[in-house]
Design a binder for this molecule. Structure first.
Ligand code: NDP
Ligand code: KPL
Length: 315
């Protein structure tokens, strides 16, 4: 199987380095001037240095990839997808390797649900240098699947097996969207607050005031999901909160959200997280005041940064 990784940042570096080490044809698409010849991997899945191939333009990819791993931030999804249609027309699948709501929808709108594989990634990867990535945590294997059922299960099982044998624990599950939504709720509850307060996930839930905000975020999300008939593995906000506090937060309690680094650069995926909840709420005439305030606070910090501010909420 042949791969193209679009976006060789933290997550993309993991896929490119592990697939290259396993001997698969894999090329990374990077922005101009950002080419790499090797990636140093550190962290919980071992340490190794892997030679990699990157290109700065899609025209330099000399084969049709079977799978294109899309691992850009959500705010770059649309522009990254637009260059991929010639590959998809020749048979490539797109694998959405991102957080948040809307990335899969954008890809399906462009290419159809028989060409887009969805994933839920809940390992943590941090770029410690342009050619170095540290895998910091893994709360569960990667889950991949086709929400529509329009991609052959045999292919998805083979792909999951390739990733697992390459060193990225992965399994196929048709319920992949439920897994992604469970993560979307988790990211909505933690990432913006962790970024605005510069606190870890564990500190946020120990603090009674931020914990109350977290509870309100989750309550609003479940009202919106119910209105849109979007299912998760939990039928109520209260049931999800028990799972969240008991199972999801502890393995990542010392984690700062990737959103913290983003807002210092004046960038954010908030529109694929709490902002998406606000938009879905508006479509269903549901008020989401807490998610709205959180979204505007993050955007306010990014706006400030864009105009010379500190990119920090508290100066
Ligand atoms: N990091 C993590 O631990 C986890 C991340 N995720 C999710 O995975 C996704 C990727 O995150 P992450 O890897 O951390 O993000 P990064 O910012 O580290 O990596 C994205 C990379 O893609 C590059 N890029 C953007 N647009 C293009 C393009 N059109 N062509 C080529 N390269 C491009 C970016 O360049 P530039 O920086 O110059 O814009 C950047 O180097 C996000 O949705 C994130 O939320 C999910 C689970 C864990
Ligand atoms: C905690 C972690 C790394 C797990 O995926 C996460 O959700 C994120 O920062 O995107």
């Amino acid at each position: 199987m042949k791969f193209l990784v679009v976006g060789v940042g933290a997550v993309g570096s993991v896929f490119l380095s592990f697939l290259s080490r396993a001997g698969y044809k894999a090329v990374g698409l990077v922005k101009p001037g950002r080419s790499l010849s090797k990636i140093k991997v550190e962290g919980i899945w071992g340490e190794f240095e892997q030679e990699v191939i990157t290109v700065e333009d899609l025209s330099l990819v000399e084969y049709t990839p079977d799978v294109i791993v899309l691992s850009v931030k959500s705010y770059d999804t649309q522009s990254a997808l637009e260059g991929l249609s010639s590959f998809v027309e020749k048979g490539s699948y797109i694998l959405i390797a991102q957080n948040g709501y809307g990335n899969y929808e954008k890809a399906v709108e462009l290419f159809g649900d028989d060409k887009v594989i969805l994933s839920r990634i809940i390992f943590g990867a941090k770029r410690t240098n342009v050619d170095r990535v540290r895998i910091t945590v893994c709360a569960d294997p990667v889950v991949i699947g086709s929400p529509s059922g329009n991609i052959k299960e045999e292919f998805l099982n083979t792909l999951a097996d390739i990733f697992s044998k390459a060193g990225i624990p992965t399994r196929h599950d048709r319920e992949v969207y439920k897994y992604l939504w469970e993560k979307i709720i988790y990211n909505c509850a933690l990432n913006p607050l962790g970024a605005l307060f510069e606190l870890t996930y564990g500190q946020l839930v120990e603090n009674p005031y931020t914990r109350e905000i977290i509870n309100g975020i989750i309550d609003e999300i479940f009202m919106v999901l119910k209105a849109h008939r979007i299912e998760t593995f939990h039928t109520s906000s209260e049931e999800y909160k028990r799972h969240f506090y008991e199972k999801l937060v502890p393995p990542t309690a010392n984690h700062y959200p990737s959103m913290l680094e983003d807002i210092k650069k004046g960038k954010t995926e908030i529109d694929a997280l709490n902002g998406a909840i606000v938009e879905l709420g508006k479509q269903a005439n549901i008020e989401t005041p807490i998610n709205s305030v959180i979204t505007n606070m993050v955007k306010g910090v990014c706006y400030d940064k864009a105009f010379g501010g500190s990119g920090r909420c508290f100066g």
